[in-house]
Ligand binder design. Structure first.
Ligand SMILES: [Zn+2]
Ligand SMILES: [Zn+2]
Length: 259
């Protein structure tokens, strides 16, 4: 069978998900996790994926809804005797190290339980940085958000396909260059079909139309919208489709897309 790039969405909501829902977080090729959502361990196990086999955790930014289940994920490695050194954690340099420092301190507070310790590799990134693994290549650019946030382009070296994803961001032109020609653009659309009001956009988020403008200008192959209220999904897809002529979706929880 021809190799495919696989993207599994665990959640597409923002901040507090509805009961049974999950905040924006997804998994690429069963081993690269993007943000944790509220329930990373349960989400992985529900897909039949052993959490301790995750090789990379990529953070778009360090707002709580994007990393809140980090402690339970790290704990899973300890309690299943998985070496935390097999895990690499990448994210925006301004906030990644302090938060990882506290998360690891919290994890190892009770010295009685885990006397031999291993630590994940922490890789702080700045906008414009690249990162290479045997299986993929990452490029980054900035977001427009109140904290330092990164957008990533993941290129699968096996298939040649690429997934470009924003964290949280207001409309931000540099994303067009990053996303140019990408196989799948995953863009936040917090405001749904309501235009972002420049006077009230202190949180710096996007509408579905903002996402569609980026998708159109970057000539991406398909667009997935995330990070919004569930009841807005259909209106968001319709609003984006009026601007961008390629396929648009709001992924379902646990939906897998093959590229
Ligand atoms: Zn968010
Ligand atoms: Zn945010």
């Amino acid at each position: 069978m021809e190799a495919k790039t696989k993207v599994t969405f665990f959640g597409t909501e923002a901040a507090i998900p509805e009961l049974g829902g999950e905040t924006a977080s997804f998994l690429i090729n069963d081993q690269v996790m993007v943000d944790t959502g509220w329930n990373i361990v349960e989400n992985l196990r529900r897909q039949g994926i052993e959490p301790g086999n995750i090789r990379y955790l990529l953070f778009t930014h360090m707002h709580h809804d994007h990393y809140i289940s980090l402690p339970s994920f790290l704990y899973y490695f300890l309690i299943t005797n998985k070496d935390l050194a097999s895990l690499k954690i990448l994210g925006p340099e301004e906030d990644l190290q302090p938060i990882m420092h506290h998360a690891l301190e919290f994890l190892f507070l009770n010295r009685k339980f885990y006397p031999t310790r291993s630590y994940p590799t922490i890789v702080p990134l700045s906008p414009g940085d690249h990162y290479d693994d045997e299986l993929f290549h990452l490029e980054t650019t900035s977001s427009l958000h109140p904290v330092q946030a990164l957008c990533y382009k993941y290129t699968d070296k096996e298939t040649g396909k690429s997934v470009t994803f924003t964290g949280d961001t207001a409309y931000h032109e540099p994303i067009i260059d990053l996303a140019r020609g990408t196989s799948l653009l995953i863009h936040e659309a917090t405001y749904g079909a309501t235009p972002a009001n420049p006077l009230k956009n202190g949180g710096l988020h996007s509408s579905a139309m903002d996402a569609a403008e980026i998708a159109k200008a970057a000539e991406v192959e398909q667009l997935a919208l995330i990070h919004g209220l569930r009841h807005n999904n259909e209106a968001s897809v319709n609003a984006a489709a009026a601007i961008y002529s390629g396929p648009v979706m709001w992924p379902e929880k646990d939906q897998t897309i093959y590229l």
